[in-house]
Design a protein around this ligand. Structure first.
Ligand code: NAI
Ligand code: A1CAB
Length: 276
């Protein structure tokens, strides 16, 4: 039987996950979401055909799997408001950045299966990449089910050490935004050179997609893929020399370090040990 899934706090990330699931054939009748505002409940129900509830407790009581999708700062209050009704056979999945398994388990106050994940919004188009780690109450069968769930909307990796979730956040959770920022800059420059925005977007976005497909599908070093485009004394070489002059490795490393540092700060700020 298809497990019934409740998304607590439907916004950008929850809708990216369940829209990917729906496109992959997960029945809308087995998906619930919650939102505090009537306007959002109507919007998501009308757009996706899923049940939208105002009451988190009601959603949790009806679900086999509960996906916690509120902001990290809201997680403690949201969990504690339904913790008394948690059943041992339920599976909880949190998408919140920085919120550790230990804190989630502590607030749930029950020996229940908890998976912490770091998804990304490309899940919406079936191209998500999700980092996963489970607590000790999660069975091999539950882990397999979670792997299948995320395989339906992209792919996933399990990490052994929870500290690696900070790195996952900087490599995939936050990273679609880096690539969008890069595209924005390319499109802007293309327009300044005289092409219209739609044409620039098509040229640059399909090129990013093609490069990403080569990086994921071909068994060649990324550096070799780059060299294959870079004719000596040609056009690409000049663009890459310009990146090197701006120290692209440092620009990227600084951004990823800033992302990781914020993730660590959030773990500290939103930990059960700190708040209790
Ligand atoms: N947006 C992204 O690309 C990613 C987000 N995440 C994580 O996903 C979580 C959600 O982020 P977004 O979807 O971007 O935020 P969002 O603000 O779009 O969605 C959160 C939703 O929760 C709702 N909400 C807040 N309190 C609630 C309550 N008591 N009951 C029911 N609903 C409530 C809000 O109204 C909002 O619609 C965060 O914890 C974030 O760290 C993780 C990976 C990527
Ligand atoms: O920016 C954030 O905090 C969330 C987590 C990863 C992507 N968005």
């Amino acid at each position: 039987m298809t497990p019934s899934i409740a998304f607590i706090g439907v916004g950008n990330m929850a809708s990216a996950i369940f829209s990917g699931m729906l496109a992959n054939g997960y029945p809308a009748t087995s998906i619930m979401g919650t939102s505090r505002t009537e306007q959002k409940r109507t919007h998501y129900h009308d757009q996706f055909g899923i049940s939208m509830l105002a009451d988190n407790r009601s959603a949790v009581s009806q679900a086999d799997v509960i996906v916690l999708c509120v902001k990290p700062a809201q997680m403690q209050a949201v969990i504690e408001a339904f913790a008394d009704q948690v059943r041992d056979d339920q599976l909880f999945i949190s998408v919140a950045a920085g919120v550790e398994l230990g804190s989630l388990s502590y607030w749930l106050n029950s020996p229940v299966a908890v998976v912490r994940c770091m998804p990304n919004t490309p899940s919406q188009v079936g191209a998500g990449m999700t980092g996963l780690i489970a607590n000790e109450h999660t069975s091999a069968e539950q882990k397999n089910w979670v792997t299948e769930l995320f395989a339906g909307i992209g792919d996933s990796v399990w990490v052994e050490d929870e500290a690696h979730m900070h790195t996952v956040t900087s490599l995939s959770g936050s990273a679609p935004a880096y690539f969008f920022r890069f595209l924005e800059a390319m499109i802007k420059d293309g327009q300044q050179q005289g092409l219209d925005e739609a044409t620039c977007r098509k040229l640059a976005s399909y090129t990013m997609l093609g490069a990403a497909r080569m990086a994921t599908e071909l068994d060649e070093p990324i550096a070799q893929l780059r060299k294959n485009i870079t004719s000596p004394n040609g056009t690409t070489e000049q663009a890459l020399l310009s990146f090197e002059a701006s120290n692209i490795d440092k620009i990227v490393a600084d951004a990823m370090t800033a992302c990781v540092n914020r993730s660590k700060e959030m773990s500290n700020d939103f930990s059960a040990k700190k708040t209790d």
